[in-house]
Write a protein of this length. Sequence first.
Length: 187
Amino acid sequence: MSPPIIDSRQAEQEGLLEAARQMMLSARTAPKSGGIDDVLTLILHGKEKDSIAEQMEEIAEKRKSEGFGRDARNVRNSEAIVLIGIKRTKGFGLNCGACGFETCEEFNAKEQLGEDFWGPTCLFKSLDMGIALGSAVKTANILNVDNRIMYRVGSAAMRLNVMPEAAVIIGIPVSARGKSIYFDRAK
């Protein structure tokens, strides 16, 4: 049974986590190339979310990157992060060459870890992840939840190995404040 009085902070926290769940649902049901679902999703909040911010701060210091530091502050001030990744899968089988290789077989032999993500990445799997990201933020926007797609969150998540199967991860922090923390990001 719910308490007889729910203050705005508690309601907003609960609402943001529910919105994050709905965002994951939207990512899951987004169209996928060939009907093959290689999209991964995860919600981080509490200490796990803060560990992403800490990792981003470490990267900021190492790379002398103001962007990583600024985004780490956004993550700390967010209620949760929705992570969307794409599995480290092999080529799609079309030999389209968009990955830079003549055949998928050649592509399959070249997987390596870069500074942030595994590559090369199949164009069709990247498109699937992009559509899943778009579907997730569309849901957040419908629910009036402040959010922003952040590559840097994914970089930190990769370093912490929170999605071991992922080649690439992108993060979407969510927040509910009087003013969006993601678009007025002065130093």
